[in-house]
Design a binder for this molecule. Sequence first.
Ligand SMILES: [Cu+2]
Length: 134
Amino acid sequence: MTSKPTVLAIIGAAILVAGSVAFVASRSGGASAEAPANNVAVVDGRQVIDLTAKGGYAPLRSVAQAGLPTVLRVTTRGTFDCSSALRIPSLDVSRTLPPSGVTEIDLGTPQVGTLEGTCGMGMYPFEVEFREPA
Ligand SMILES: [Cu+2]
């Protein structure tokens, strides 16, 4: 018969394994993942990049196509932190987003490169990489 401490040790190990699997799964779904988030759509030649702003920006990193008229569509939902003040310094964009709503920010027709945005205080970043069309 298996002793009680052994059973407890096995259960403990199982919980540890399950926990680390869940941890890895949640990490790979986050912004550190290399696979681009599915938040970019092209409709009638116009590219829309969707972001949400609340306690930071999501996704942190987007991949889009260069050379298309593009808007950044930012959704807020009960956003009262400073991610409601969105800045894109290289485009001279500084927008105050409503606590809840959708704000479209015209990005013009971006060239190949990485666009960096931030909250008003510069503590929450996001970026959009514009790539040559495939
Ligand atoms: Cu901030």
